[in-house]
Design a protein around this ligand. Structure first.
Ligand code: PLP
Length: 365
């Protein structure tokens, strides 16, 4: 199969889905990643059959042999995307094709068979269609979609699996960081790194998260919201948070973000922000930025804002950075003006409230 191929789906609706009344209660304050819809998309891969057996079916546990490969060598990748409720009650995907492409790139890095982009998109669209009533209406709410794939062959040898499961689940979510637009604090990880040159930093694999958790826990212990990682070679260049990319805003109206050199996840929000900033007439540099420069620029006032971005939390100002027991504040320490403007530009496009000059939005219904 190539990227344009898809399959016929067999649809078996849930025999006893959550009632409308119970669903409405769950959608009032769904939090993040705690509430799930009735269905899931499942597609199988085997070396003999290729991609086959595509289904939309009731969401249910996946029975697993204890020797299933993913449980031992972590051959697993995922995506994170959202279906947005539009102002007129319809719903839309945002740049889903970019998620499909990145999923194929992650697969390649992890020696997994790429899911053809058309099959990926079909799975997502069909799941959203059957679970459409789960898309929240409230501000900041969306249906978070989690496509993922893992090695499902039962064996303990060290080689790429011959069998895989590709699954999409969906979870209605509220705002990621509770309390709306406030700035987050970051703790610099001086000991642990996230990704080394030649490693898996640019692939969206669960393993990257597994190795980041201890650093995130350390940042939280120090009273910070999130960890920020430096590069693995020199422990000097700012890379990204555990699951969000970083931007810096300067007093000359320019912005910068670390370049994609293989150790940073190529965020779709990151790329969208770069385009929107260009649209605003801003200069955007993709260049390395050191932690020492960050501290110096925040202190001198040359740096006026910094923010983190990703699908889950969209765009969030960084107020304070803690590094080796000392902290520095960016701007007022609160939400930045340009940050909020870029966030609003992006969210308005995603929600169908503003024109979509880059053709990012795909209306589903
Ligand atoms: C998913 C992810 C991001 C953000 O990517 P988006 O496509 O913008 O959601 C950033 N960093 C890491 C490590 C990620 O896994």
């Amino acid at each position: 199969m190539d990227g344009g191929d898809t399959l016929e789906f067999r649809t078996e609706a849930h025999a006893s889905p959550v009632s409308a009344a119970d669903r409405d209660v769950l959608l009032v304050d769904p939090g993040f990643g705690k509430v799930f819809t009735d269905h899931m998309a499942v597609v199988r891969f085997s070396r003999e059959k290729g991609w086959h057996d595509a289904q939309i079916t009731a969401r249910a546990p996946i029975p697993m042999d204890p020797a299933t490969a993913v449980l031992h060598y972590a051959q697993e990748i995922f995506e994170g995307m959202k279906a947005y409720r539009l102002a007129d009650g319809g719903a839309a995907l945002f740049r889903a094709d970019a998620n499909a492409r990145r999923f194929a790139q992650s697969a390649e890095r992890m020696a997994m068979p790429p899911v053809p982009e058309a099959l990926f998109l079909d799975s997502v669209r069909k799941l959203v269609a059957i679970d459409r009533d789960w898309i929240p209406h409230g501000e900041g709410g969306a249906l978070y979609l989690r496509p993922f794939m893992f090695a499902s062959e039962v064996f303990l040898g060290v080689r790429p699996s011959n069998e895989y499961l590709f699954i999409v689940i969906a979870s209605p979510v509220g705002a990621y960081f509770k309390g709306g637009a406030k700035a987050i604090s970051l703790g610099v990880s001086r000991h642990y790194t996230r990704a080394a040159p030649g490693g898996t930093g640019a692939a969206k694999c669960g393993g990257n998260y597994a190795s980041s958790l201890i650093a995130q826990a350390e940042a939280v212990r120090q009273g910070c919201d999130q960890v920020v990682f430096l590069d693995a070679a020199e422990h000097r260049w700012v890379e990204e948070l555990g699951g969000m990319n970083t931007f810096f805003v300067f007093d000359d109206g320019s912005i910068s973000t670390p370049p994609l050199e293989g150790t940073i996840l190529p965020g779709i929000t990151r790329e969208s922000i770069i385009k929107l900033a260009h649209d605003e007439g801003l200069t955007v540099r993709e260049e390395r930025y050191s932690i020492d420069q960050w501290r110096a620029d925040a202190t001198s006032g040359r740096l006026t804002e910094a923010f983190a971005c990703g699908t889950a939390a969209v765009v969030t100002s960084i107020g304070v950075v803690q590094d080796e027991g000392q902290s520095f504040t960016i701007g007022s320490g609160g939400p930045g003006q340009l940050t909020e403007k870029l966030r609003a530009r992006l969210v308005d496009i995603q929600r169908g409230l503003a024109p979509d000059p880059h053709n990012w939005v795909e209306r589903l219904f």
